[in-house]
Design a protein around this ligand. Structure first.
Ligand code: ADP
Length: 235
């Protein structure tokens, strides 16, 4: 078993309507798909790991450090949201460069890293385009390239491809898996479409009511769901 990179120990978070409690250990370099109904707590789980939400109890360790009270910027984590938030007036290269330097003072070396990241997401040569000159799928690839240049070992993906069509979504999921292997990243991916992750060998967590109700492999969930509720959810 690889070393754990993320460790959640009785991490508790409360909204008026629901108390969530998460216990989780994720191995370094693994892919974990998180699925479950709307309102189950999937986004909150990622927000707790990233530091956008602060738990009321429990501890969060990442890469061996207790980060429970650290702000997001100090955690070895990058999050890619569904909304890609590219700046319309900045070029593709500048938008990616923001992942290295918020002030965009980029050295020649930095620009090399930007181009390399664009190459990895299949956008070599797109450096000087503006976001409006790209398709939705291409814009999301730019956002992914920005996540890559940040060079953090944990990548959190919150339904980042939900706005794309099924074919593009599959392609992007393939791209992320490829990046994970090449860069040794640990990836947590929230999706509503477990079916689209069918080809991946990885772990899946079924979240419901603010808890991780089931923990298994993607393949097992799809072929032999452990609870009838999960079979119903998967249709
Ligand atoms: P999911 O990502 O699985 O759809 P979320 O983590 O977004 O679930 O939300 C889990 C629960 O927390 C939901 O019941 C939701 O209504 C509630 N919730 C989410 N954000 C807030 C908020 N800012 N204030 C109050 N309740 C919230």
């Amino acid at each position: 078993m690889a070393d754990p990179i993320i460790e959640l120990d009785r991490v508790t978070f409360r909204y008026e309507a629901m108390t969530m409690v998460f216990d989780l250990v994720v191995e370094q370099g693994s892919l974990v798909v998180i699925f479950g109904p709307s309102g189950a707590g999937k986004t909150t789980l990622l927000n707790l790991i990233a530091g956008f939400d602060r738990p009321t109890g429990g501890t969060i360790r990442i890469a061996g450090r207790d980060v429970t009270s650290q702000p997001p910027a100090d955690r070895p984590v990058t999050t890619l949201f569904q909304e890609h938030n590219l700046f319309a007036h900045l070029t593709v290269a500048q938008n990616v460069g923001l992942g290295i330097h918020p002030g965009l003072r980029l050295s020649r070396d930095d620009l090399g890293r930007v181009s390399q990241a664009l190459g990895l997401v299949g956008l070599a040569g797109f450096e000087h385009r503006l976001p409006r000159q790209l398709s939705g799928g291409e814009r999301q690839r730019v956002a992914l390239a920005r996540s890559i240049v940040r060079d953090r070992p944990v990548l959190l993906l919150d339904e980042p491809f939900a706005a794309l069509g099924p074919a593009h979504r599959r392609e992007m999921i393939g791209l992320v898996t490829d990046l994970r292997e090449r860069r040794g990243l640990t990836v947590l991916l929230v999706t509503h479409q477990l079916e689209e992750a069918r080809d991946l060998s990885g772990r899946a967590l079924f979240v419901e009511g603010g808890r991780i109700l089931a923990d298994g492999t993607i393949r097992d969930f799809l072929t032999n769901p452990p609870f009838p509720e999960i079979a119903d959810y998967l249709g």
